[in-house]
Design a protein around this ligand. Structure first.
Ligand code: SAH
Ligand code: SF4
Length: 432
């Protein structure tokens, strides 16, 4: 979502004459779009700001040039005051719900006089209504935000506090943006939301549309060949969304469905509001709807109170599912969340051991998944030039990164590719 927001910030600033550049060196403005989900992510902001201060001072001292430094995103939202205190050289602090006001904020500041602007409101107006309709092409695979915020309040998570209450964009705005993206060359859309399957956007006739309904409508857009969505909560995995996986060919057979833990005791303490069995039954239903669907998930190890036995339940669940990929994290206490106040914090070394053990299993599953695609022919959407000369990079329907030999004329095409070799994080393919 931060990638999407960053792109939208460049759209907002384009009428002022700003255009994105590849590196911060020489830029007139640097915006750090930040993440607050784990402590490591937010601490990075302050070390990055230290580097930017040196850059800013140098530009002023050596070139007489002012560089505007802005901090956007959830760290700005949650720690705006601390940012202005610890890093007074920051000119703009703007939260995720107010970045459409960037032009106004830019006009309010005076870097030379250290006059800055801070906007971390949860405004009345809807950001999406204020964002420009026009935007630069986003490439063959693009993101489209349809839902923001969260009302679930998992005990470990800052999202409900930083991104605010759940909000679904009305259908019309989503459809218009989707059509515009497709007209500019996009062939794959990933619908975004912190809790995207809780989507309940208002349609023109006042009806409330589910994510499944929205997907069915998007699937009608000529030239939109692939649809994905992320991130979903198991409790919102309604039957109509599951059947969309059966009925809508452009809905890709890959789903990121975080479960966080395999122990029912820990799931309850996390306030996830479902058991491990409910989760497994949802995956069964999805497999029944779309036989080849591949799964990915998120896991937290070392949530307060997690015992060796609870952790063994997580390993057992992973074993039963067989993920195509998965993300795992050490529990990170976040300010203001209930779990951070728990007295049953798990020692750091235990968390590290569990993370390593879990990642070993996940890595093995990911490699096994890649391996079973060897020899098969999969459709690959070619997205960009790859790392090496003569190499192109794209994605299979199962989200695998595919490297293939070719040239830039392939970009934006969906090509059948024979998978010749599986690697840990990617596969090698040859256009068939
Ligand atoms: N809305 C999604 C996830 C949003 S946050 C969901 O409900 O699943 C993305 C991931 O970050 C989460 O799935 C979780 O695994 C991880 N995460 C969130 N808060 C965390 C914390 N305090 N410590 C460690 N990992 C965390
Ligand atoms: Fe955070 Fe996701 Fe839980 Fe919402 S549902 S509180 S975003 S982990």
């Amino acid at each position: 979502m931060n990638v999407y927001d960053s792109d939208r910030m460049t759209d907002v600033l384009a009428p002022l004459g700003y255009a994105p550049v590849a590196s911060a060196d020489g830029a007139d403005m640097v915006i750090l779009n930040t993440c607050h989900i784990r402590e490591k992510a937010s601490e990075k902001v302050f070390s990055e700001l230290g580097r930017l201060r040196i850059m800013k001072d140098k530009a002023r001292d050596q070139q007489g040039r002012d560089v505007t430094i802005a901090v956007a995103g959830c760290v700005a939202q949650a720690e705006g005051e601390e940012i202005t205190r610890r890093a007074p050289w920051v000119d703009i602090v703007v939260g995720p719900q107010t970045y459409h006001r960037l032009p106004e904020l830019v006009s309010q500041i005076d870097p030379a006089a250290r006059q800055r602007a801070v906007d971390t409101e949860f405004p009345e107006e809807v950001k999406f209504d204020q964002l420009p309709g026009e935007h630069a092409p986003r490439g063959p695979a693009a993101f489209l935000s349809v839902q923001e915020g969260c009302d679930k309040f998992c005990a470990f998570c800052v999202v409900p506090y930083t991104r605010g209450a759940e909000f679904s964009r009305p259908v019309d705005g989503v459809m218009t943006e989707a059509r515009r993206l497709v007209a500019s060359g996009t062939r794959e859309l990933t619908l975004l939301g912190q809790n995207v399957n809780a989507y309940h956007g208002e349609a023109a006739d006042g009806a409330s549309w589910s994510l499944a309904r929205l997907i069915r409508e998007l699937a009608e857009i000529d030239g939109l060949d692939r649809i994905r969505y992320t991130t979903s909560h198991p409790l919102d995995m309604e039957d109509d969304l599951i059947t969309a996986h059966r009925d809508v060919p452009s809905l890709m057979p890959y789903l990121h469905l975080p479960v966080q833990a395999g122990s029912d005791r820990i799931l309850a303490a996390m306030n996830r509001r479902h058991t491990h069995d409910v989760y497994l039954r949802i995956l069964d239903k999805l497999r029944a709807a779309r036989e080849d669907i591949a799964f990915s998930g998120d896991f937290i190890v070392g949530f307060p109170g997690e015992s060796d036995r609870d952790f063994a339940d997580t390993l057992a669940l992973v074993d039963r599912v067989g993920y195509a990929s998965a993300y795992s994290f050490k529990y990170s206490p976040r300010p203001g969340t209930p779990a951070a106040a728990s007295e049953e914090q798990v020692p750091e070394d235990v968390k590290s051991d569990r993370l390593e053990a879990l990642q070993q299993v996940i890595n093995a599953q990911q490699f096994a998944f890649n391996k079973q695609t060897e020899g098969r022919t999969l459709d690959v959407l070619v997205e960009r030039a790859g790392g090496r000369d003569g190499q192109m990079a794209g994605r299979s329907p199962y989200m695998q990164a595919v490297n293939l030999t070719g040239d830039e004329s392939m970009i934006g095409r969906i090509l059948p590719c024979r998978i010749t070799e599986a690697r840990q994080n990617s596969v090698i393919g040859a256009a068939a």
